[in-house]
Design a protein around this ligand. Structure first.
Ligand code: ADP
Ligand code: MG
Length: 146
């Protein structure tokens, strides 16, 4: 599925629409450059999950946890070398907790994310407020709309 968003608010809204439908144990693998909108999308996602906490980038902490009916574990793998480093951060334990896991810089640990819902966010080459957001691997979200 491919979506076009024209503002940060629209990207958040798409995240919210998806967040409302997510099942326990869903792992999301984001692709997209710095500033693409991965954290913005996750902010919306959290809202859709019913989480009201402020969502901030986990760049320095690797993971931020947000409690909820379905808890959200928001990872930023930027500082990891490879999936070998996942053991040290307790990745398996997070998987076992049955929440929703959203992973920024998922390319760092790609081999550990097989079967994840892939969300690719691309900046428009000419318009700095436009993003193309592609969601793959989630046939159950086919009716998703902005
Ligand atoms: P990332 O987590 O991918 O590095 P952020 O979500 O932190 O990116 O930042 C996205 C930046 O791009 C914000 O400054 C936001 O205002 C801006 N922006 C402009 N247009 C959009 C859009 N359509 N969707 C998301 N963010 C946008
Ligand atoms: Mg980010």
């Amino acid at each position: 599925m491919e979506f076009l968003t024209r503002s940060e608010a629209e990207t958040e809204a798409l995240g919210t629409a998806l967040g409302r439908k997510l099942r326990p144990g869903t792992v999301i693998a984001y692709y997209g450059d710095l500033g693409a909108g991965k954290t913005a999308f996750t902010r919306g996602l959290a809202r859709g999950l019913g989480i009201t906490d402020r969502i901030t980038s986990p760049t320095y902490t690797i993971v931020n946890e947000y409690p909820g009916e379905l808890p959200l574990f928001h990872f930023d793998m930027y500082r990891l070398e490879s999936s070998d480093d996942l053991f040290d951060i307790g990745w398996e334990d997070y998987l076992a907790r049955g929440g929703v896991i959203a992973v920024e810089w998922s390319e760092r640990v790609e081999d550990a994310l097989e079967g994840a819902l892939v969300i690719d966010i691309r900046k428009h080459p000419e318009n700095m407020d436009v993003r193309t957001i592609t969601i793959e691997g989630g046939a159950e979200y086919a009716d998703l709309s902005l």
